[in-house]
Design a protein around this ligand. Structure first.
Ligand SMILES: Cc1ncc(C[n+]2csc(CCOP(=O)(O)OP(=O)(O)O)c2C)c(N)n1
Length: 338
């Protein structure tokens, strides 16, 4: 199936091949996340597990606007970003299983996915902390006069912390090439945005720093991609940082143990009707870019990819205990890569 001049315009100039690949990435994230929940229930995965179900269009839309030489740093809800960046699902699942073949040698788990070769600098558990690391990276790129940008992901809750304001101020002051992507999924753990933030349109917080900002429907893949292209171009061309607010909704709990008493089933169902994967799938089929058969084939293929990742993780040896010794902090397999 192919694009026409009309659909090319509607789909941000992307080819049918690129659009189908973006759909594939969204399906991979969804299937991977649903499998993680299952593996958590079966006690194959322990610790914290923050799933990305419902937010797929944000990761895929923004990360596809980057070049391979650009940098990504993110928070603990990091699976979607890692998969959209092309990290190996086998290494990610093995990380979740605490295995030596994991992307962080099984030492980090769900919140600490990393792959330096993909310029994916990690997930961080401390809310807001990595925004300042993004500024450090942006400063380094600027000093080295490199035409690369840093994209940093965080939630709406993080924008109430001091680090957010320090980071925006510092980035604007230094005209740093940093794209701040706020995934406004309407909740910080069990607290709705109306209860936790005095300003609910997060992008407006950038005005305190005279920073360029935009708000986009984060469930609309193409709108998100186009907004991210604008933000990345702004940062890359030396005009300084951008705050991009992507409004979305997390369809699963804050973490795998969340009983979700703070919202109704009706509310979740209302947002399920705007499921970004389903919306994009339907649109591609209606516009003749993807056929129903092709869509089903992609879905089957991604299930197979994730099943193979589980098998790989299951059969891998456990993380080596010697790396748990604090004195090995600067000599473990991850430290060696930095
Ligand atoms: C400094 C700090 N305070 C509190 C926590 C506990 N905590 C983990 S996630 C979270 C909510 C953050 O919500 P948001 O930034 O909206 O991101 P989301 O989880 O919705 O993606 C909190 C308070 C933490 N990890 N770090």
């Amino acid at each position: 199936m192919a694009t026409t001049p009309e659909t090319t315009e509607r789909y941000a100039g992307l080819s049918a091949e690129q659009l189908i690949d973006m759909y594939r990435q969204m399906v991979l994230i969804r299937v991977f996340e649903e499998k993680c929940q299952e593996m958590y229930t079966r006690a194959k995965i322990g610790g914290f597990l923050h799933l990305y179900v419902g937010q797929e269009a944000v990761a895929v839309g923004t990360i596809n606007a980057l070049k391979p030489e650009d940098h990504i740093i993110t928070h603990y809800r990091d699976h979607g970003h890692a998969l959209a960046r092309g990290l190996d699902p086998k290494a990610l699942m093995a990380e979740l299983f605490g295995k030596a073949t994991g992307c962080a040698a099984g030492l980090g788990g769900s919140m600490h996915f990393v792959d330096v070769s993909k310029r994916f600098w990690g997930g961080y558990a401390i809310v807001g902390s990595h925004l300042l690391m993004a500024c450090g990276m942006g400063t380094a790129l600027k000093l080295q006069k490199k035409p690369e940008v840093v994209m940093v992901f965080f939630g709406d809750g993080a924008t109430n912390g001091g680090e957010f304001y320090e980071a925006l101020n510092f980035a604007k002051l230094g005209k740093l090439p940093v794209v701040f992507v706020c995934e406004n999924n309407l909740f910080a753990m069990g607290t709705p945005i109306a209860v936790h933030s005095s300003v609910q349109e997060i992008y407006r917080k950038a005005c305190a720093f005279d920073m360029t900002a935009e708000r986009v429907d984060g469930n609309d893949l193409i709108a998100t991609y186009e907004a991210a292209l604008r933000a990345v171009e702004h940062a890359r061309s030396g005009q300084g940082p951008v705050l991009l607010e992507c409004v979305t909704y997390r369809l699963r709990g804050h973490s795998a143990q969340d009983t979700q008493k703070y919202r109704t089933k009706e509310e979740i169902e209302k947002y399920r009707a705007r499921d970004p994967n389903q919306v994009f799938r339907k649109k591609l089929i209606e516009d003749g870019i993807l056929s129903e058969e092709q869509a089903q084939q992609i879905e089957r293929q991604m299930e197979q990819v994730v099943d193979e990742a589980v098998q790989f993780a299951d059969q891998s040896p456990p993380a080596e205990e010697k790396w748990l010794d604090p004195t090995s902090a600067y000599a473990n397999p991850i430290a060696d890569k930095y």
